[in-house]
Design a protein around this ligand. Structure first.
Ligand code: SF4
Ligand code: SF4
Length: 198
């Protein structure tokens, strides 16, 4: 395997490197091992290097997915964005619904979500977004190591398990994803109208 050394020691180097990921992830670099020389300022560089060096699609997808979920979980662990009280989030204090955005989802439980869905982790309503700094899709540069067609899947694959979402990403077919989503819609509509307190 060939070796490619990249130096990332300034913001300019970092921005250039991030822009070039779209080339580094292609088949042209299938036999290239990346070595990124850096000064530890940019916290995601090591992970992006690791993702680019995982040449098998499944391994890379799973690694990027887990990295993003862990990153968001760590960021949110000491924050209380949704301000739940008696099972009601801040948008539900004055209506009959409970359990926030997860109401009716088959993966909710008393101890929280039973799976790890990246789309859900990235979602916040405007009441939260307008008043807090949340992790957004654009903050997760490592996602650029995945194919471009994964982008709409990551943005819209709500209410499915980690395994189902990873399968959608491996398949990487927008047509199949849209068909699956249409089938799921009936379930989602039922779910959105469920979990009223009375
Ligand atoms: S994101 Fe908004 S609607 Fe969803 S649980 Fe949090 S406060 Fe409620
Ligand atoms: S999959 Fe999404 S909607 Fe369902 S419980 Fe988990 S976070 Fe909530």
């Amino acid at each position: 395997m060939k070796s490619k050394i990249i130096t990332v020691k300034s913001v300019d180097d970092y921005n250039k490197f991030i822009k070039k990921i779209k080339y580094y992830k292609t088949f042209l670099y299938r036999n290239t091992k990346f070595k990124i020389e850096q000064n530890k300022i940019f916290k995601d560089i090591e992970s992006i290097e690791k993702a680019l060096n995982l040449k098998k699609k499944k391994e890379r997808t799973e690694y990027v997915y887990s990295y993003c979920c862990d990153y968001i979980d760590n960021y949110c662990k000491d924050k209380d964005f949704c301000k739940f009280k008696d099972n009601k989030c801040l948008n539900q204090y004055h209506n009959n619904y409970i359990n926030g955005c997860c109401r009716g989802c088959r993966f909710q439980s008393k101890s929280g979500c039973k799976t790890s869905n990246l789309t859900c982790k990235l979602f916040y309503c405007s009441s939260v977004k307008d008043n807090n700094k949340i992790v957004e899709y654009k903050d997760l540069k490592i996602i650029r190591c995945l194919p471009l067609r994964n982008r709409p899947i990551i943005k819209h694959d709500f209410f499915v398990s980690r395994e189902e979402m990873l399968n959608d990403l491996y398949l990487n077919s927008i047509i199949i994803f849209v068909i699956k989503t249409l089938f799921r819609l009936r379930y989602i509509k039922k779910m959105v109208n469920s979990n009223k307190t009375s």
